[in-house]
Design a protein around this ligand. Structure first.
Ligand code: PLP
Length: 391
């Protein structure tokens, strides 16, 4: 009855209707379906963070409108976090902005800087928010392929000159969802140089920077010389502290970019609940044992999944970081065809790579954010399919 706005009609179609239908059918058949599709940690938020929220929620001062840019206390905690993690100094006033989750900031950013017709460089395969937020502002997403032969790092130098000139923003995401690839300082330096040459804004989504394996430490984009002149890093408490439902994150870096994003936000939302920001301070200040424990849990799951899928004969990309395992589908399948087959035959749901962009075709993603026992069961089912000759 009501015609949707062009910006909504321009969004790419929902890709997973067929997958959803096959999953519902499997459940209706009485199958015990294991969903390895979503990235939402099952472990609870650390206790000291919950305690801090309970305390803060009782204080009437926190019942009022929060500051648009975030409480100074939270932004100072972010500054301490960067000092401790990356050895860099930020100004809490001008170089940090509180977000209602990373997704909120990522989705609002194009509204500040993208005009209709501007290009926005988005990783492909990548988190769909970069592309869809661009489409909603009337900008044109330009997919930057993440290819297996380059270990899923984008080849910035090969982007056509006219594309680079027309591009307003460059979205990056390392550790990567969905590929698990990580960035090097050298790569970030190349990005800074590229952004300077073409005058574009870099937006690095570091949601998984703390979920790392084998002692690996992921660099921050902001620690590279010149990064503060060209861009921002967007962060989230969701994956590091199992706080997806709390909705808290931040953007840090270039003042002008944060100022632009802040202007969108003052006209859209009224900031993150102050009590949640106090809980966020408790998370960021530590103790960090929880983060260590969570890394160990994911690492055990990663090892089990990588080993299991390799036994099944699949080509697996062992991640150094992130909550996912990226894997090639067997010869002769599309990613959706293979995922549909897994649901029908084994009751196991994974995400088809094509859902993250056209260069995700031929791959699928397994989420490690499910209980270890369920993950083990899923791997056993795939091994059985192999034994039966189905795979
Ligand atoms: C989960 C995820 C986010 C979302 O973070 P929130 O703070 O929960 O909004 C951002 N970026 C990527 C790549 C993610 O996978």
């Amino acid at each position: 009855m009501f015609k949707l706005a062009e910006r909504i009609r321009a969004l790419p179609p929902y890709l997973f209707a067929d997958i959803d239908r096959r999953k519902a059918e499997a459940i209706a058949r009485g199958m015990d379906v294991i969903d390895l599709g979503v990235g939402d940690p099952v472990e609870p938020t650390p206790k000291h963070v919950i305690e801090r929220l309970c305390e803060a929620v009782r204080d009437p001062a926190n019942h009022r409108y929060p500051s648009y840019t975030g409480s100074m206390d939270f932004r100072e905690a972010v500054v301490r976090w960067y000092r401790r993690k990356a050895g860099i100094e930020l100004d809490p006033e001008a170089q940090v902005l509180t977000l209602i989750g990373a997704k909120e900031g990522l989705a609002h950013l194009p509204w500040a800087f993208v005009d209709p017709g501007d290009l926005v460089l988005v990783p492909d395969p990548g988190y769909p928010v970069y592309r869809n937020a661009t489409v909603m502002t009337g900008g044109t997403p330009y997919p930057v392929p993440l290819l297996e032969e380059r270990e899923f790092l984008p080849d910035i130098s090969s982007l056509p000159e006219d594309v680079a000139k027309k591009a307003k923003l460059l979205f990056l995401n390392f550790p990567s969802n969905p590929t698990g690839a990580v960035a090097t300082r050298e790569f970030f330096r190349e990005v800074v140089e590229f952004a300077r040459r073409y005058g574009l804004i870099v937006v690095h989504d570091a949601a998984y920077s703390e979920v790392t394996y084998d002692g690996f430490v992921h660099p921050s984009f902001l620690e590279v010389p010149g990064a503060l002149e060209v861009g921002i890093e967007v962060h989230s408490l969701s994956k590091t502290y199992n706080m997806t439902g709390w909705r808290l994150g931040w953007a840090a870096g270039n003042e002008e970019v944060l100022e632009g994003l802040g202007r969108v936000k003052t006209n859209v939302d009224s900031g993150a609940f102050q009590a949640v920001q106090f809980a966020g301070i408790a998370a960021l200040d530590g103790p960090d044992e929880h983060v260590e424990r969570q890394r160990a849990i994911y690492q055990e799951r990663r090892d089990m999944v990588v080993r299991g899928l390799e036994e099944v004969g699949l080509k697996v990309f062992r991640p150094k970081a992130g909550c996912y395992v990226w894997c090639r589908v067997p010869e002769g399948y599309t990613s959706e065809g293979f995922v549909g087959r897994l649901i029908d035959e084994a009751g196991v749901v994974v995400t088809p790579g094509v859902g993250f962009g056209e260069h995700g075709e031929g791959y699928f993603r397994v989420s490690l954010t499910v209980p270890t026992g369920r993950l083990r069961e899923a791997v056993e089912r795939l091994k059985n399919l192999k034994l039966q000759g189905v795979l």
